[in-house]
Design a protein. Structure first.
Ligand code: CA
Length: 237
């Protein structure tokens, strides 16, 4: 008899699992734990958690392979990658393969719990009336179309598989056609972060990934364009 959201922790270091468990439960979440990648993937599929905290270096199957397998199976569960501070490349790779977010170790528990909350909220939010009215009339460009009821995106009649974040970035930009947003704006509007730090790079990676999916020629995009030095916009002529 509980509406508590469930967070699956996939991490092989028991002391980290314990402290995550303690803090998440104190914040009102239920938790599940897996200590290797195979068990993590199995629990992700069987227990249908609301969010997954995913370590990269794991026995049996690493975090990237777990995330990739989840996305290939069609799961859109929010995934936050836990990565070591020095492994800069991991952050980008994690986002490329469909993670929603990453947090670097050692992390503050306050920050981690805040990010868990923000990522779960995004996926459970029902759009306000004004937003859905705008979305219903969402301009599409060329052969790109967006069905905001089914959360599906089509190009030339073919469904495109987007992660939740890619979808939100696309619909946000598309519902404000030709308006340029800086990466900091997008971080606040789409990622719901009140701070940005170095994380604006997340925006670039997500834009690149989105272009690879929706553009016929990602190197010469026609939908999401860059205004050099200013930001990104959805182009409608
Ligand atoms: Ca590890």
């Amino acid at each position: 008899m509980s509406n508590a959201k469930t967070v699956l922790i996939v991490e092989d270091e028991k002391n980290i699992v314990d402290i995550l468990k303690f803090n998440l439960q104190r914040a009102g979440y239920q938790t599940l734990e897996a200590y290797d990648g195979e068990d993590g993937l199995e629990k992700a599929e069987s227990a249908n958690p609301d969010l997954i905290l995913l370590d990269v270096m794991l026995p049996k199957k690493n975090g990237f392979d777990v995330c990739r397998a989840l996305r290939q199976s069609g799961s859109n569960v929010p995934v936050i990658i836990l990565t070591a501070r020095e492994e800069e490349a991991d952050k980008v790779l994690g986002l490329e393969i469909g993670a929603d977010d990453y947090i670097t170790k050692p992390f503050s528990m306050r920050e981690l719990v805040a990010r868990v909350g923000a990522n779960i909220r995004r996926t459970t939010m029902t759009p306000p009336a004004a937003a859905s009215a705008a979305a219903a009339a969402m301009p599409v460009s060329g052969d790109l179309s967006i069905n905001t009821d089914s959360h599906q995106v089509f190009r030339a009649g073919k469904a495109i598989d987007l992660t939740q974040r890619e979808y939100e970035l696309l619909t946000f930009l598309a519902s404000h056609p030709n308006k340029v947003y800086s990466r900091i704006d997008l971080m606040e509007q789409v990622w719901n972060y009140g701070y940005v730090g170095d994380d604006v790079r997340t925006v670039d990676v997500t834009v690149r990934r989105l272009r690879e999916k929706i553009e016929a020629d990602p190197a010469n995009p026609v939908f999401i364009l860059t205004r050099r030095g200013a930001g990104y916009y959805f182009s409608v002529k």
